[in-house]
Design a protein around this ligand. Structure first.
Ligand code: GLY
Length: 304
């Protein structure tokens, strides 16, 4: 399963734009299937899919990331392996085309789970990861979006065309989750965060248990939404706990998780979930969430 953000998606008003999103989601979820058909693991599949989503400028991650109050990108990403709960995350990094790949290096080549900012960049240099120039991220849409946010003296949550702060937003983040034929689960989430956000603000995406979670005993989860809501409800681990402690399947646990998010905080956003048996589920409190899935080797589905 992959997702490309949740919200009202008011910027997807015409069929051409909608098709553009759906084609990208379809291509990327099918790439994930190919990775695993060729013997790749769930972890390899989610890293590959998240990297492709980061490379597509329509999504708020990687090259399409939103800009902070200083007109810079600060990227957050995480990856988790359900086999042994190993995880890697980076927060507030710039000049990295694929933060999810840096997160994977933190997981596999450091003794830590999360590195941030300058320390994460030094680690990227140490690993030989290429730095991209700042203009790699400056798409005309993102520069205009920051300009609008500054004019309105507010923090915008993503590709918002609307004057309504509460509902008509797109909470951009990308994510990928997978279960491979061996039954291993993995999850990855990556984001540019929130338009005009304070320097140093970190959202849910790189936080294990909030924006990302994978445990072979329960499920893989990736979240997209207003990060502060998802951190406070630890939404991904909460969904996993519904399975572990109450024996719920993907649909039941997703429904329970979204109900909890709504009841506690009226939280804004959504999740994609695959349980240990390969059942796929999704849930969101926003009007829409861009996502795609292939359940148990079947057909490809894409939806808003
Ligand atoms: N969910 C992305 C963020 O709030 O940063």
């Amino acid at each position: 399963m992959v997702h490309g953000g949740a919200g009202a998606l008011d910027n997807v008003r015409d069929n051409k734009t909608a098709l553009r999103y759906l084609e990208s989601i379809r291509t990327i979820v099918e790439h994930g299937r190919n990775v695993m058909e060729l013997g790749g693991s769930a972890l390899q599949a989610v890293e590959a899919c998240a990297s492709l989503l980061e490379d597509d400028p329509v999504f708020n991650a990687g090259c399409g990331s939103v800009l902070n109050e200083n007109g810079k990108v600060e990227l957050d990403a995480a990856i988790m392996d359900g086999r042994d709960l190993s995880a890697g995350a980076v927060a507030a990094v710039g000049n990295i085309a694929n933060p999810v790949q840096l997160a994977r290096l933190v997981m596999t080549k450091s003794e830590h789970v999360m590195l941030i900012s300058e320390g994460a960049m030094r680690f990227a240099d140490h690993c030989g990861m290429e730095r991209v120039p700042e203009d790699y991220f400056y798409t005309p849409d993102r520069v205009e979006q920051l300009h609008q946010a500054r004019l309105r003296h507010k923090v915008m949550l993503d590709h918002d065309d609307s004057d309504d702060d509460s509902e008509d937003q797109k909470y951009g983040t990308i994510g990928a989750i997978a279960r491979d034929p061996e039954g291993n689960l993995a999850a990855a989430t990556s984001t540019g965060g929130i338009v005009n956000k304070r320097m140093g603000r970190v959202g849910d995406s790189p936080i294990v248990g909030a924006g990302v979670y994978a445990d072979n005993e329960t499920c893989a989860v990736s979240a997209t939404g207003f990060g502060e809501d998802f951190m406070r409800t630890v939404i991904s681990k909460t969904i996993s706990d519904f399975m572990l402690m109450k024996g719920m399947d993907a649909n039941q646990a997703t429904e329970a998780g979204i109900a909890y998010l709504t009841r506690k905080l009226r939280g804004r956003g959504g999740v994609i979930v695959i349980d240990q048996h390969g059942n796929c589920a999704s849930g969101f409190t926003t009007k829409k969430m861009i996502h795609g899935w292939i359940e148990k080797g079947g057909e490809t589905h894409c939806s808003f």
